[in-house]
Ligand binder design. Sequence first.
Ligand SMILES: Cc1ncc(COP(=O)(O)O)c(C=O)c1O
Length: 504
Amino acid sequence: MAGLAMLVASPSRPEFRIDSSPKAINRRVCTSASATVTAPSSVAVAEVSTREPLEPFIFSKTSDSAVHWIRHRPAMVSWCPPPARRPCSGTRRRDDMSRQAPHALATEVGRGLSRRAVTRSLAAATLGASLWPRTAFGTARAISSAPGEDGGPLRLSSNENSYGLGPAALEALRASLSEANRYPSKHTSALGAALAALHEVGEEQVALAPGSGEILRATTLAFTSSSHGLVTAAPTFEAPSRTAALIGTPIDAVPVQPSGALDLTAMAARGQGAGLFFVCNPNNPTGGVNSSDAITDFVARVRRTTPDAVILVDEAYYEYVEDRSYATALPLTRTDPRIIVSRTFSKIHGMAGLRVGYAIGHPDTLSAMQQQLARNGLSSASAAAALASLGDEKHLAQQRTLNHEARAFTREAYERAGYRVLPSEANFLMVDVRRDAGSFQHLCREAGLAVARPFPPLTTHARITIGTMDEMRRAMRIMLPILSAPSSARYGRSVGAVEWQGEC
Ligand SMILES: Cc1ncc(COP(=O)(O)O)c(C=O)c1O
């Protein structure tokens, strides 16, 4: 079974206790202060050294679905080849570790572990690098993702946040591990209450889910059918239309405006009798926003023809928006019981891997939606991290600024090279690359850069996630030469059309 051991050293008992979570995978006690720990077959090999007095720390932790590589307290930790092959050559300082762990581990696993183990180990080490404490504003370190550095491509394809968790969320995540044996209600209730307070609604008007994509899926299942269609946009985030297609719901996808904002007038006009209107604002993949007035007008139009339809306003990128005409649709949920607003912690909060999203709406509407969600779908660790992140205003402001700067840099670089970029209020840009977007994606991928797949009907546009400034500089050094070469015919199918399914 795959997994990484959880190591706990306590001051009173200078030993490593190896546990696994959630299932027993291995158990071995090392009574020395320095121990080599080998998890079961095809799992990363970690060599850990500590100095007396031992400080409590959790070195790593697994669950069935995710690997978190976490260190709780400062301790001297080094990655070394297993002693059988080469003796450990000492310890590294913490800062060195964060920079070098993925690379060192790559070298290590390249020597003998299986390919799957390499992948897992790299994932764990990469996560680990992202979880080290941050430096001051402006110098926050991102997940290592340089082509070649961690063996994978530079990841600008899924609108993830390269900076990872903020300091408060990281601390809360660590602290929550001591309660990993308990069901998550304490943490999920606290998160629900905090969100209710933040949005000035009752707690029964908040529904949590393991990612807002789940809310989109559940809402589509709850309110559409073969006789109550889905009205959506083209292109837009596809979770609702994919779900609708699975259950035989008719889908009307209305082309976006040339600016990339939704054509709300056309959507309202075409939606008579629909079960669900999906309004993505800002819109992914274009980045455009519809103003607060336009949303209010849209709701009024829909209500004149289709009073019972549910309107789902997806505000996954809400926190990034600077356009003054934009506002959240949350106030509309107070007067219209058939409006749901969804948000996520995957973007500005940097928690895509922890899976936290939520919806605000009328309790009856939410309850119908929640019947399609699994119970207890959110882990205590995720809820604790989300709660802490919610209150970390300094970090969120920093994230907004960093995104703004890197996005402006990228836009300017493209425009200077003669390419049109759609207006974007989010953490990505849609660029008209004037060639087949699938071929462009393929060539980028070959050069070590992952950009998004094509989003029909904008098949000559590429969506580029905004990472750190350093990542964007590196990405431009890859993309501009590809664009300056003559564009060829369509290059096979786009990279990983299947691989990227489910990503954003
Ligand atoms: C517009 C939009 N909504 C929802 C999601 C789903 O986010 P998550 O399930 O990670 O909360 C995404 C992901 O990229 C998105 O772009």
